[in-house]
Design a protein around this ligand. Structure first.
Ligand SMILES: [Zn+2]
Length: 173
């Protein structure tokens, strides 16, 4: 009997699987572009340079999701030479990636995000970004966490030349 239930437990463990994924992205800050972080437009004299809307948070999130599911990276799937993605809303990359995950029955469990920016101060917009990401991922707000760090005035982040983002995600099925 004991052997039988152990066998059953092993079978359940095989059916239930968890994966983690990590994503990282950096974009340069330039004049004449809107600053969009996690789908939220933020009042700032400069914005991020890139082929799409250059949303560093949604790019890192897309890469984390693709990584967790073993589906490659954002550069493979959405090359910045593709005219279709010129100034594209990066939420499209996240939505299409979620559809790819759903095809394999993957579900997002939680997401943890760190945004690295010397300027602007992200404290006041962290909650808005968090709420927006939770909505995009169809997750409760407590399953999405957004942290903000400065660059301590050193390196490209600290000199205000760039904004970077790291995302880690857990998926299961
Ligand atoms: Zn990017």
């Amino acid at each position: 009997m004991a052997t039988q239930s152990r066998g059953h437990a092993t079978q359940l463990l095989r059916l239930y699987e968890m994966r983690v994924g990590i994503g990282h992205d950096t974009h340069r800050l330039v004049e004449g572009r809107p600053l969009i972080l996690g789908g939220v437009t933020i009042e700032h004299p400069r914005g991020l340079a890139g082929h799409s809307d250059a949303d560093v948070v949604l790019h890192a999130l897309t890469d984390a999701l693709l990584g967790a599911a073993g589906l490659g990276d954002i550069g493979d799937l959405y090359p910045d030479t593709d005219p279709r993605h010129k100034d594209a809303d990066s939420a499209v990359f996240v939505r299409e990636t979620l559809q790819r995950l759903q095809k394999d029955a993957w579900r997002v469990v939680n997401v943890d995000v760190i945004i690295f920016a010397q300027q602007p101060k992200l404290g006041p917009v962290k909650t808005t970004i968090r709420r927006h990401l939770a909505e995009l991922l169809d997750l409760p707000a407590d399953a999405v966490n957004v942290k903000a760090k400065t660059g301590e005035h050193v390196g490209s982040i600290g000199r205000g030349e760039a904004i970077a983002c790291q995302v880690i995600v857990l998926i299961d099925h």
